[in-house]
Write a protein that binds this ligand. Sequence first.
Ligand code: GTP
Length: 162
Amino acid sequence: MDHFYDEYNHNVTLTFESEALAKQPGHVWVICRYNNQWLLTNHATRGLEFPGGKIEKGEQPKEAATREVWEETGAKIKSIQYIGQYTVSEKERTIIKSIYFAMIESIEKKDTYYETNGPILLDEIPNNIKEQDQFSFIMKDKVWQKTKDKIASLVKGKEELT
Ligand code: GTP
């Protein structure tokens, strides 16, 4: 388990053990790959980030992941796997987010992408992301750095991630 601070100095705890923090996360975050590219969404206020959001009442985390990816990018998922979980603690609340890795089947054009401006495909995510204003703060702490390494170690045939 890893402990560090995010861009707002909130305490973050990250684990790649199976559902180690909580069986019932409130949020999901979905790292998406499509045709050897990363698929992100352009959030209207936060900027570029992988799609995700709150799990709705009665929804399973994977269902929420599938729905959020569709809503924010128009993408249909081919396969999805659990990667890990992190908590972010603010003064009065702690959010619990499950991280998934999804391979994308197809991307459709839509009229609305909810609170985002829709899909963004990137060959690479820069290493100096902290200095890049177009990226969301949720991409700028160690969660993304460590998740990227974890996914690379899970994916057989490294060319899929290069
Ligand atoms: P409402 O409760 O509907 O108002 O949602 P919200 O806009 O407050 O956001 P949400 O519940 O998604 O998240 C609450 C807070 O947790 C945010 O203001 C962020 O500070 C923090 N947060 C959410 N997701 C992440 C994340 O992935 N990484 C980090 N570091 N912080 C996050």
